[in-house]
Design a protein around this ligand. Sequence first.
Ligand code: 13P
Length: 251
Amino acid sequence: MRTPLIAGNWKMHKTVRFAIELVAGLKRELYDEKETEIVVCPPFTALSPVGEIVQGSPIKLGAQDLYWESEGAYTGEISAPMLKEVGCSFVIIGHSERRRLFKETNETVNRKITAAISSGLTPIMCIGETLEKREQGVTDEVLRKQLDASLERQSDSNILKCVIAYEPVWAIGTGRTATPEQAGSAHAVIRLWARERYGKAVSDALRIIYGGSVTPQNVKELMAVADIDGALVGGASLDAASFCRIVRYNR
Ligand code: 13P
């Protein structure tokens, strides 16, 4: 049984004051949520205050990125032990915005995954095809290539500590959600990849979540797809009421 996971990626939104307001609202609403694992990923500046507020609630804290070294002369970077210290248990790695705008590669993603797992953080590793690749009909190849390279040399036990997020680039922030069929087919490709490489037990246990214009209106039909184990939510996670409705997609 895979526990559903709903994670909010706040991206570069919310100053500390508004982050506190948002998470306080979530905590009030979601204090008794048991069925779904809930994660919020505020910007670095808000991690510590948000981490304090979510203590003792079902809401877990995640970061949006990390650097693979633990400490050193790496101006502007944040390490896994630093994230642990402020209460993080999750970290998003390799989001398409980081790959596209900040030149992250499958190789840097791989190093970051190793660093996250070594510190006891659960990586939410993002992959997904561009519209161009989808229209060329090579989505499955693109996903397999990203999985091969981003997870190269990771052991079975490391894979089991990861969450994979399928985020088609064309669906992010566009209001153009993948249909349940499109998402389901991509998730099936990812699960098959895991099965071929790591065997049935690992692939059955691996959580694969969908991201890209998830809203309270479309979450239920996406979550009804067998291989979709949760959602990585951008825009709709910035409002307490809409994020709560997404978390409670099955009520
Ligand atoms: P939107 O939900 O705003 O499309 O963003 C998705 C995303 O990138 C989550 O990581």
